[in-house]
Design a protein around this ligand. Structure first.
Ligand code: NDP
Length: 383
Protein backbone atom coordinates (compact mmCIF):
# COMPACT_ATOMS: atom_id res chain seq x y z
CA UNK A 1 0.00 0.00 0.00
CA UNK A 2 1.29 3.41 -0.94
CA UNK A 3 1.41 6.00 1.84
CA UNK A 4 -0.94 8.88 1.03
CA UNK A 5 0.65 12.24 1.79
CA UNK A 6 -0.78 15.71 2.44
CA UNK A 7 1.92 18.28 1.71
CA UNK A 8 1.10 21.51 3.55
CA UNK A 9 3.14 24.35 2.06
CA UNK A 10 3.87 22.42 -1.13
CA UNK A 11 5.07 25.54 -2.97
CA UNK A 12 7.88 26.32 -0.52
CA UNK A 13 11.44 25.08 -0.21
CA UNK A 14 10.57 21.97 1.88
CA UNK A 15 7.31 21.45 0.00
CA UNK A 16 8.94 21.33 -3.44
CA UNK A 17 11.72 19.05 -2.18
CA UNK A 18 9.08 16.76 -0.68
CA UNK A 19 7.43 16.49 -4.09
CA UNK A 20 10.81 15.61 -5.61
CA UNK A 21 11.18 12.82 -3.05
CA UNK A 22 7.67 11.53 -3.78
CA UNK A 23 8.36 11.71 -7.51
CA UNK A 24 11.46 9.55 -7.11
CA UNK A 25 9.64 7.02 -4.88
CA UNK A 26 6.34 6.65 -6.71
CA UNK A 27 5.89 3.02 -5.68
CA UNK A 28 5.85 4.02 -2.01
CA UNK A 29 4.08 7.40 -1.89
CA UNK A 30 1.27 9.31 -3.52
CA UNK A 31 0.13 12.90 -3.13
CA UNK A 32 -3.30 13.33 -1.62
CA UNK A 33 -3.40 17.05 -0.75
CA UNK A 34 -1.36 20.11 -1.74
CA UNK A 35 -1.63 23.56 -0.15
CA UNK A 36 -0.19 27.01 -0.81
CA UNK A 37 -0.68 30.51 0.48
CA UNK A 38 -0.34 32.82 -2.54
CA UNK A 39 1.60 30.98 -5.20
CA UNK A 40 -1.40 29.91 -7.27
CA UNK A 41 0.58 29.25 -10.45
CA UNK A 42 2.93 26.77 -8.82
CA UNK A 43 0.05 25.10 -6.98
CA UNK A 44 -1.80 24.65 -10.29
CA UNK A 45 1.32 23.23 -11.94
CA UNK A 46 1.82 20.81 -9.03
CA UNK A 47 -1.84 19.77 -9.08
CA UNK A 48 -1.61 18.89 -12.78
CA UNK A 49 1.61 16.95 -12.28
CA UNK A 50 0.87 15.09 -9.02
CA UNK A 51 -2.91 14.62 -9.41
CA UNK A 52 -3.86 15.08 -5.74
CA UNK A 53 -7.38 14.51 -4.54
CA UNK A 54 -7.60 18.11 -3.26
CA UNK A 55 -5.72 21.39 -3.23
CA UNK A 56 -6.13 24.37 -0.91
CA UNK A 57 -5.12 27.95 -1.63
CA UNK A 58 -5.02 29.84 1.67
CA UNK A 59 -5.53 33.24 0.03
CA UNK A 60 -9.25 33.21 -0.78
CA UNK A 61 -8.88 35.87 -3.46
CA UNK A 62 -7.04 33.32 -5.60
CA UNK A 63 -9.75 30.65 -5.41
CA UNK A 64 -11.43 31.58 -8.73
CA UNK A 65 -8.10 31.66 -10.54
CA UNK A 66 -7.10 28.20 -9.27
CA UNK A 67 -10.57 26.84 -9.84
CA UNK A 68 -10.67 28.00 -13.45
CA UNK A 69 -7.22 26.64 -14.23
CA UNK A 70 -8.05 23.21 -12.80
CA UNK A 71 -11.57 23.07 -14.20
CA UNK A 72 -10.83 20.10 -16.44
CA UNK A 73 -8.94 18.08 -13.85
CA UNK A 74 -10.42 15.71 -11.26
CA UNK A 75 -9.24 17.70 -8.24
CA UNK A 76 -11.27 19.33 -5.48
CA UNK A 77 -10.37 22.95 -4.77
CA UNK A 78 -10.73 24.72 -1.44
CA UNK A 79 -9.66 28.11 -0.13
CA UNK A 80 -8.78 29.66 3.22
CA UNK A 81 -6.56 28.70 6.13
CA UNK A 82 -9.55 27.06 7.85
CA UNK A 83 -9.87 24.66 4.90
CA UNK A 84 -6.27 23.52 5.46
CA UNK A 85 -7.15 22.79 9.09
CA UNK A 86 -10.17 20.75 7.96
CA UNK A 87 -8.65 18.83 5.11
CA UNK A 88 -5.83 17.32 7.16
CA UNK A 89 -8.44 15.28 9.03
CA UNK A 90 -9.71 13.44 5.94
CA UNK A 91 -9.57 9.64 6.07
CA UNK A 92 -7.63 9.31 2.83
CA UNK A 93 -4.45 10.80 4.38
CA UNK A 94 -1.77 8.69 6.10
CA UNK A 95 0.92 11.34 6.67
CA UNK A 96 0.64 15.11 6.96
CA UNK A 97 3.92 16.81 6.08
CA UNK A 98 3.81 20.27 7.64
CA UNK A 99 5.97 22.68 5.64
CA UNK A 100 3.98 25.87 6.17
CA UNK A 101 6.20 28.60 7.58
CA UNK A 102 5.51 30.27 10.94
CA UNK A 103 2.63 30.05 13.37
CA UNK A 104 0.20 29.49 10.47
CA UNK A 105 1.35 25.86 10.67
CA UNK A 106 0.08 25.41 14.24
CA UNK A 107 -3.67 24.90 13.79
CA UNK A 108 -3.47 22.42 10.87
CA UNK A 109 -0.89 20.43 12.84
CA UNK A 110 -3.16 20.33 15.88
CA UNK A 111 -6.12 19.23 13.75
CA UNK A 112 -4.05 16.52 12.08
CA UNK A 113 -2.89 15.24 15.48
CA UNK A 114 -6.49 15.23 16.76
CA UNK A 115 -7.37 13.05 13.76
CA UNK A 116 -4.58 10.65 14.82
CA UNK A 117 -2.38 11.27 11.76
CA UNK A 118 1.34 10.73 11.50
CA UNK A 119 2.98 14.13 11.25
CA UNK A 120 6.20 14.68 9.30
CA UNK A 121 7.10 17.94 11.00
CA UNK A 122 9.11 20.61 9.24
CA UNK A 123 7.20 23.53 10.78
CA UNK A 124 9.35 23.88 13.90
CA UNK A 125 7.38 26.96 15.03
CA UNK A 126 4.58 24.55 16.06
CA UNK A 127 6.75 23.02 18.79
CA UNK A 128 8.37 26.34 19.71
CA UNK A 129 4.98 27.96 20.29
CA UNK A 130 3.02 25.09 21.81
CA UNK A 131 5.31 22.13 22.45
CA UNK A 132 3.69 21.16 25.74
CA UNK A 133 0.18 21.15 24.27
CA UNK A 134 1.31 19.29 21.15
CA UNK A 135 2.90 16.51 23.22
CA UNK A 136 -0.27 16.17 25.30
CA UNK A 137 -2.39 15.91 22.13
CA UNK A 138 0.00 13.38 20.61
CA UNK A 139 -0.38 11.15 23.68
CA UNK A 140 -4.17 11.54 23.82
CA UNK A 141 -4.73 10.86 20.13
CA UNK A 142 -2.07 8.20 19.55
CA UNK A 143 -0.60 10.27 16.75
CA UNK A 144 3.13 10.52 16.08
CA UNK A 145 5.65 13.14 15.03
CA UNK A 146 8.54 12.33 12.73
CA UNK A 147 11.06 15.15 12.53
CA UNK A 148 11.99 16.62 9.16
CA UNK A 149 14.43 19.24 10.47
CA UNK A 150 17.83 17.76 9.59
CA UNK A 151 19.27 18.05 13.12
CA UNK A 152 16.26 16.40 14.74
CA UNK A 153 16.11 13.75 12.06
CA UNK A 154 19.77 13.06 12.86
CA UNK A 155 19.00 12.67 16.58
CA UNK A 156 15.99 10.52 15.76
CA UNK A 157 18.12 8.28 13.54
CA UNK A 158 20.82 7.99 16.25
CA UNK A 159 18.17 6.96 18.79
CA UNK A 160 16.89 4.16 16.61
CA UNK A 161 17.40 0.84 18.43
CA UNK A 162 18.28 2.58 21.74
CA UNK A 163 14.89 2.27 23.39
CA UNK A 164 15.98 1.61 26.98
CA UNK A 165 19.24 3.52 26.86
CA UNK A 166 19.25 6.91 28.55
CA UNK A 167 20.56 9.93 26.70
CA UNK A 168 23.12 11.98 28.61
CA UNK A 169 23.00 14.87 26.17
CA UNK A 170 22.64 15.79 22.53
CA UNK A 171 24.67 18.13 20.37
CA UNK A 172 22.77 20.06 17.72
CA UNK A 173 25.19 21.15 15.04
CA UNK A 174 24.96 24.65 13.54
CA UNK A 175 26.63 25.95 10.42
CA UNK A 176 27.08 29.32 12.14
CA UNK A 177 25.36 31.07 9.22
CA UNK A 178 26.84 33.74 6.94
CA UNK A 179 28.13 35.95 9.77
CA UNK A 180 30.01 33.40 11.84
CA UNK A 181 33.33 35.16 11.37
CA UNK A 182 32.01 38.74 11.45
CA UNK A 183 32.16 41.01 14.45
CA UNK A 184 29.31 42.85 16.12
CA UNK A 185 30.11 46.11 14.28
CA UNK A 186 29.66 44.30 10.99
CA UNK A 187 26.31 42.92 12.18
CA UNK A 188 25.08 46.49 12.73
CA UNK A 189 25.33 47.17 9.01
CA UNK A 190 24.12 43.86 7.56
CA UNK A 191 21.74 44.10 4.59
CA UNK A 192 18.97 41.65 3.84
CA UNK A 193 20.83 40.53 0.71
CA UNK A 194 23.83 39.57 2.85
CA UNK A 195 21.64 37.84 5.42
CA UNK A 196 19.85 35.85 2.73
CA UNK A 197 23.09 34.20 1.54
CA UNK A 198 23.33 31.03 3.60
CA UNK A 199 26.66 29.20 3.16
CA UNK A 200 25.33 25.61 3.06
CA UNK A 201 21.55 25.44 2.76
CA UNK A 202 19.07 26.81 0.21
CA UNK A 203 15.89 27.51 2.20
CA UNK A 204 12.85 29.80 2.43
CA UNK A 205 13.50 33.46 3.30
CA UNK A 206 12.25 33.40 6.91
CA UNK A 207 14.34 30.43 8.02
CA UNK A 208 17.36 31.84 6.17
CA UNK A 209 17.16 35.04 8.23
CA UNK A 210 16.55 32.94 11.36
CA UNK A 211 19.76 31.07 10.53
CA UNK A 212 21.72 34.30 10.10
CA UNK A 213 20.58 35.53 13.55
CA UNK A 214 20.91 31.99 15.03
CA UNK A 215 17.29 32.23 16.11
CA UNK A 216 16.82 29.09 14.06
CA UNK A 217 19.25 27.20 16.29
CA UNK A 218 17.45 28.56 19.34
CA UNK A 219 14.16 27.27 17.91
CA UNK A 220 15.79 23.91 17.30
CA UNK A 221 16.90 23.72 20.95
CA UNK A 222 13.27 24.23 22.00
CA UNK A 223 12.06 21.79 19.32
CA UNK A 224 14.52 19.16 20.63
CA UNK A 225 13.22 19.51 24.17
CA UNK A 226 9.69 18.62 23.11
CA UNK A 227 10.61 15.96 20.57
CA UNK A 228 13.05 14.05 22.76
CA UNK A 229 11.94 14.89 26.33
CA UNK A 230 15.21 16.58 27.35
CA UNK A 231 15.97 19.49 29.66
CA UNK A 232 17.96 22.52 28.55
CA UNK A 233 21.23 21.30 30.15
CA UNK A 234 21.04 18.19 27.99
CA UNK A 235 20.90 20.17 24.75
CA UNK A 236 24.15 21.65 23.52
CA UNK A 237 24.85 23.56 20.32
CA UNK A 238 28.13 23.15 18.51
CA UNK A 239 29.11 25.17 15.46
CA UNK A 240 30.21 22.91 12.63
CA UNK A 241 30.63 25.07 9.52
CA UNK A 242 30.77 22.20 7.01
CA UNK A 243 27.24 20.95 7.92
CA UNK A 244 28.29 17.31 7.41
CA UNK A 245 27.54 16.00 10.90
CA UNK A 246 23.86 16.76 11.30
CA UNK A 247 23.73 16.15 15.07
CA UNK A 248 25.01 13.85 17.80
CA UNK A 249 23.61 11.83 20.71
CA UNK A 250 25.79 11.09 23.74
CA UNK A 251 24.60 8.15 25.84
CA UNK A 252 25.13 7.44 29.56
CA UNK A 253 28.19 5.28 28.92
CA UNK A 254 29.86 8.16 27.06
CA UNK A 255 29.35 6.64 23.61
CA UNK A 256 28.43 9.17 20.92
CA UNK A 257 26.45 8.47 17.77
CA UNK A 258 26.38 11.00 14.95
CA UNK A 259 24.44 11.05 11.72
CA UNK A 260 26.28 12.53 8.76
CA UNK A 261 26.01 13.16 5.06
CA UNK A 262 25.99 16.01 2.57
CA UNK A 263 23.58 18.81 3.43
CA UNK A 264 20.44 17.83 1.50
CA UNK A 265 16.96 18.12 3.04
CA UNK A 266 15.63 15.40 0.76
CA UNK A 267 17.19 12.72 2.98
CA UNK A 268 15.46 13.72 6.25
CA UNK A 269 12.23 14.35 4.31
CA UNK A 270 12.36 10.87 2.79
CA UNK A 271 13.23 9.26 6.14
CA UNK A 272 10.25 10.93 7.82
CA UNK A 273 7.95 9.64 5.07
CA UNK A 274 9.37 6.13 4.83
CA UNK A 275 10.09 5.49 8.54
CA UNK A 276 10.82 2.89 9.85
CA UNK A 277 12.11 1.77 6.45
CA UNK A 278 15.02 3.34 4.59
CA UNK A 279 14.50 3.61 0.85
CA UNK A 280 17.21 3.30 -1.75
CA UNK A 281 17.98 6.75 -3.15
CA UNK A 282 20.24 8.42 -5.66
CA UNK A 283 21.07 11.37 -3.34
CA UNK A 284 24.66 12.48 -3.80
CA UNK A 285 27.03 10.48 -1.56
CA UNK A 286 29.55 11.97 0.85
CA UNK A 287 33.24 11.60 0.02
CA UNK A 288 35.64 11.92 3.00
CA UNK A 289 38.47 13.06 0.77
CA UNK A 290 36.53 16.17 -0.24
CA UNK A 291 36.26 17.11 3.45
CA UNK A 292 39.66 16.47 5.08
CA UNK A 293 38.77 18.89 7.89
CA UNK A 294 35.57 18.74 9.87
CA UNK A 295 35.78 21.53 12.43
CA UNK A 296 33.88 22.52 15.56
CA UNK A 297 33.52 25.79 17.50
CA UNK A 298 31.64 27.13 20.49
CA UNK A 299 28.72 29.38 19.48
CA UNK A 300 29.27 33.05 20.39
CA UNK A 301 26.24 33.86 22.55
CA UNK A 302 27.27 37.51 22.93
CA UNK A 303 27.22 38.03 19.20
CA UNK A 304 24.21 35.77 18.54
CA UNK A 305 22.06 36.69 21.51
CA UNK A 306 18.96 35.03 20.06
CA UNK A 307 20.35 31.63 20.92
CA UNK A 308 20.77 32.69 24.57
CA UNK A 309 17.24 34.14 24.55
CA UNK A 310 15.85 30.81 23.33
CA UNK A 311 17.58 28.94 26.18
CA UNK A 312 16.08 31.45 28.65
CA UNK A 313 12.62 30.97 27.11
CA UNK A 314 13.01 27.22 27.53
CA UNK A 315 13.92 27.65 31.21
CA UNK A 316 11.02 30.03 31.89
CA UNK A 317 8.50 27.81 30.09
CA UNK A 318 4.82 28.79 29.84
CA UNK A 319 4.02 31.09 26.94
CA UNK A 320 7.47 32.74 26.71
CA UNK A 321 8.58 30.83 23.60
CA UNK A 322 5.23 31.67 21.99
CA UNK A 323 5.92 35.39 22.56
CA UNK A 324 9.46 34.89 21.31
CA UNK A 325 8.22 33.32 18.09
CA UNK A 326 5.62 36.04 17.50
CA UNK A 327 8.16 38.84 18.03
CA UNK A 328 10.63 37.10 15.76
CA UNK A 329 8.06 36.72 12.96
CA UNK A 330 7.22 40.42 13.11
CA UNK A 331 10.87 41.51 13.38
CA UNK A 332 12.10 39.28 10.54
CA UNK A 333 9.31 40.54 8.30
CA UNK A 334 10.23 44.15 9.16
CA UNK A 335 13.91 43.44 8.46
CA UNK A 336 13.03 41.93 5.07
CA UNK A 337 11.05 45.10 4.31
CA UNK A 338 14.06 47.24 5.27
CA UNK A 339 12.14 48.80 8.19
CA UNK A 340 14.64 47.77 10.87
CA UNK A 341 18.33 46.86 11.15
CA UNK A 342 19.63 43.33 11.62
CA UNK A 343 20.42 43.74 15.34
CA UNK A 344 17.00 45.30 15.99
CA UNK A 345 15.53 41.82 15.51
CA UNK A 346 17.06 40.79 18.84
CA UNK A 347 16.09 43.93 20.75
CA UNK A 348 12.49 43.69 19.52
CA UNK A 349 12.34 40.07 20.70
CA UNK A 350 13.79 40.91 24.12
CA UNK A 351 11.47 43.86 24.69
CA UNK A 352 8.41 41.96 23.49
CA UNK A 353 9.07 39.02 25.81
CA UNK A 354 9.54 41.48 28.69
CA UNK A 355 6.16 43.12 28.01
CA UNK A 356 4.05 40.03 27.26
CA UNK A 357 1.79 38.78 30.04
CA UNK A 358 3.21 35.51 31.44
CA UNK A 359 0.97 32.42 31.56
CA UNK A 360 2.37 29.23 33.06
CA UNK A 361 -0.20 26.62 31.94
CA UNK A 362 -1.50 27.32 28.44
CA UNK A 363 -4.51 26.18 26.45
CA UNK A 364 -4.66 26.60 22.67
CA UNK A 365 -6.63 29.82 23.26
CA UNK A 366 -3.86 31.16 25.54
CA UNK A 367 -1.28 30.56 22.81
CA UNK A 368 -3.47 32.32 20.24
CA UNK A 369 -3.93 35.29 22.58
CA UNK A 370 -0.23 35.43 23.51
CA UNK A 371 0.66 35.34 19.83
CA UNK A 372 -1.62 38.24 19.02
CA UNK A 373 -0.58 40.28 22.08
CA UNK A 374 3.14 39.76 21.35
CA UNK A 375 2.69 40.63 17.66
CA UNK A 376 0.98 43.87 18.67
CA UNK A 377 3.79 44.73 21.09
CA UNK A 378 6.48 43.91 18.54
CA UNK A 379 4.74 46.02 15.87
CA UNK A 380 4.52 48.97 18.28
CA UNK A 381 8.31 48.79 18.67
CA UNK A 382 8.85 49.24 14.93
CA UNK A 383 8.69 52.90 14.01
P1 NDP B 1 9.04 28.68 2.44
O1 NDP B 1 8.84 30.10 2.75
O2 NDP B 1 9.93 28.30 1.30
O3 NDP B 1 7.60 27.98 2.16
C1 NDP B 1 6.53 28.21 3.02
C2 NDP B 1 5.29 27.49 2.52
O4 NDP B 1 4.19 27.82 3.39
C3 NDP B 1 4.85 27.94 1.13
O5 NDP B 1 4.20 26.87 0.48
C4 NDP B 1 3.83 29.05 1.44
O6 NDP B 1 2.91 29.27 0.37
C5 NDP B 1 3.14 28.47 2.65
N1 NDP B 1 2.54 29.46 3.53
C6 NDP B 1 3.11 30.60 4.00
N2 NDP B 1 2.27 31.28 4.80
C7 NDP B 1 1.12 30.55 4.84
C8 NDP B 1 -0.14 30.74 5.45
N3 NDP B 1 -0.41 31.83 6.21
N4 NDP B 1 -1.09 29.80 5.27
C9 NDP B 1 -0.86 28.71 4.52
N5 NDP B 1 0.32 28.49 3.87
C10 NDP B 1 1.30 29.39 4.04
O7 NDP B 1 9.51 27.97 3.79
P2 NDP B 1 10.45 26.70 3.99
O8 NDP B 1 10.01 25.59 3.09
O9 NDP B 1 11.86 27.11 3.98
O10 NDP B 1 10.12 26.32 5.49
C11 NDP B 1 8.89 25.72 5.86
C12 NDP B 1 8.99 25.27 7.31
O11 NDP B 1 9.97 24.25 7.40
C13 NDP B 1 9.44 26.38 8.27
O12 NDP B 1 8.77 26.22 9.49
C14 NDP B 1 10.93 26.13 8.45
O13 NDP B 1 11.40 26.57 9.69
C15 NDP B 1 10.98 24.62 8.34
N6 NDP B 1 12.27 24.09 7.88
C16 NDP B 1 12.75 24.45 6.66
C17 NDP B 1 13.95 23.96 6.20
C18 NDP B 1 14.47 24.31 4.84
O14 NDP B 1 15.51 23.76 4.44
N7 NDP B 1 13.83 25.16 4.08
C19 NDP B 1 14.77 23.06 7.04
C20 NDP B 1 14.14 22.71 8.28
C21 NDP B 1 12.94 23.21 8.68
P3 NDP B 1 3.27 30.32 -0.85
O15 NDP B 1 4.41 29.70 -1.60
O16 NDP B 1 2.02 30.34 -1.63
O17 NDP B 1 3.61 31.61 -0.19
Amino acid sequence: MKKRIAVLGSTGSIGTQTLQVIDAQKEFFEVEVLTANNNADLLIEQAIKYKPNSVVIANKEKYDYVSKALNNYPVKIYAGEESIAQIVQFDNIDIVLTAIVGIAGLLPTIKAIEAGKNIALANKETLVVAGELINKLIRENKASILPVDSEHSAIFQCLSGEINNAVEKIYLTASGGPFRKKDIDFLKTVTKEQALKHPNWDMGTKITIDSATMMNKGFEVIEAKWLFGLNSQQIDVIVHPQSIIHSIVQFEDGAMKAQMGLPDMKLPIQYALSYPQRLKSNFQRFNFLNYPNLTFEKPDLNKFKNLAIAYEALEKGGNVACALNAANEIAVDAFLKNKIQFLDITSIIEKTIGKTYFIKENTYKDYVETNSEARKIAKSLIK
